[in-house]
Design a protein around this ligand. Structure first.
Ligand SMILES: Cc1ncc(COP(=O)(O)O)c(C=O)c1O
Length: 398
């Protein structure tokens, strides 16, 4: 990597990220290239934002066309792309959702928290979330995040949040009191280790919400937009939320977030209660419309499911030779492999062999591949994973 780039970062970029000493310069589909011309196969494109891979042609074309016409106007005006996008998202839910647009997942969750509190007035403001959840880094979403390590040093956190174990309906029921207004859950925990909901869990949350007149908020920032083989992960389980948040893959890699809500809940968000200057700008909106169109035109929801099945059988097939694989958790293009050892070294070994993956929670290899990953790419990546996983034999098992 060009030493001048490293120097520039050292001097001028705040060092709040651990970065690989690699400078990426170009991407196409599931491949990226660094400034030395080295090619990588990317099974974690854009940290979950690249659900269509890098620089998907329809999105590139839509943004190119829009950028010369109108980049941004404030939300005191109407623009056609924002209206079309809200309509397209609403049509893909079964609960008549309306949209508020912003620029990231954490912002979408802030909007959800505010909307829940606005609905809870005058007496109810508490929100229950789950342990090991991840909802973002701004103070509201961070308080909602059930991982104390992320709270350290920036406390005190916001009042009115509590966290219960994911998958435990009794604990959720026990945490509800007269001041509770909402339950906030990722249908599948992403950053927490690709944790799938136990059978009946989401249905049980819906029942609890109905019984206590609470709002059910699904954070689909990571699971949404087709990643699991359905437009939204809650559709896998047939459970409808009252509020849902989206970001990451929403606009094909362009920054965008959204909070969707049932009209009778959404109506509490009146002028002056909430806003985002860049929210729903035409550039991001046309990118999101092109994303939806591409997924539909190319039948990629089905492809996501097939990719998931291929990864599931690949990792299951490795287990006899890799007893350090403790669990394989897959839903479409959302893949977690829990190991009995630290995964960071394996991420590095894969990178050295030209494959980009992620490790979360110390021991869970996480893949969020593009839903248009080809068979040849899938095979190529799996053979690197096999090489790496088989050869850890003997290192730190247990
Ligand atoms: C489920 C979930 N919610 C919220 C966020 C925060 O999104 P952002 O980084 O866009 O603020 C993330 C990010 O990883 C996430 O996975």
């Amino acid at each position: 990597m060009n030493p001048a780039t490293i120097e520039r970062y050292k001097k001028h970029v705040i060092a709040n990220y651990g970065r690989f000493p690699v400078c990426l310069v170009r991407g196409e589909g599931s491949r990226v290239w660094d400034d030395e011309g080295r090619e990588y196969l990317d099974f974690f494109p854009g940290w979950g934002c690249g659900l269509l891979g890098h620089c998907p042609p329809r999105i590139v074309e839509a943004v190119r066309e829009q950028v010369g016409r109108l980049i941004h106007v404030p939300n005191t005006w109407h623009t056609e792309p924002q209206g079309l996008l809200a309509e397209a998202l609403g049509q893909r839910t079964t609960w008549n959702a309306q949209s508020f647009f912003c620029n990231s997942g954490t912002e979408a969750n802030e909007a959800a928290i505010k909307l829940a509190r606005l609905n809870g007035k005058p007496n109810r403001y508490k929100i229950i979330t789950t342990i090991n959840s991840f909802h973002g880094r701004t103070m509201g979403a961070l308080t909602a995040t059930g991982q104390p390590k992320y709270h350290q040093g920036v406390d005190p956190m916001l009042p009115g949040f509590s966290h219960v174990p994911f998958g435990d309906l009794d604990a959720m029921a026990a945490a509800i009191d007269a001041e509770t207004i909402a339950l906030m859950v990722e249908p599948i925990q992403g950053e927490g280790g690709i944790n799938l909901p136990p059978t009946g869990y989401l249905e049980g949350l819906r029942q609890l919400a109905n019984q206590h007149k609470l709002l059910l908020i699904f954070d689909e920032v990571q699971t949404g937009m087709g990643r699991t083989g359905k437009w939204f992960a809650h559709q896998l389980y047939g459970v409808e939320p009252d509020i849902m948040t989206l970001a990451k893959a929403l606009a094909g890699g362009v920054a965008m977030g959204a909070m969707l809500a049932r009209p009778e809940v959404a109506e509490k968000l009146r002028p002056g209660t909430h806003a985002a200057t860049f929210g729903g700008n035409p550039l991001a909106a046309v990118a999101a419309l092109a994303t939806i169109d591409t997924i539909e035109q190319q039948g990629l929801l089905q492809r996501a499911e097939t990719i998931g099945q291929r990864f599931q059988s690949f990792f299951e097939g490795l287990r006899p030779r890799c007893p350090w694989i403790k669990d394989v958790r897959v839903r479409g293009c959302m893949i977690g492999v829990e190991l009995a050892l630290d995964g960071a070294g394996l991420v590095k070994q894969c990178m050295d062999k030209g494959l980009l993956i992620n490790c979360t929670h110390g021991t869970v290899l996480r893949l969020l591949p593009a839903m248009n990953l080809s068979e040849a790419e899938l095979e190529q990546g799996c053979s690197i994973l096999e090489e790496v996983l088989v050869t850890v034999k003997g290192e730190g098992q247990g």
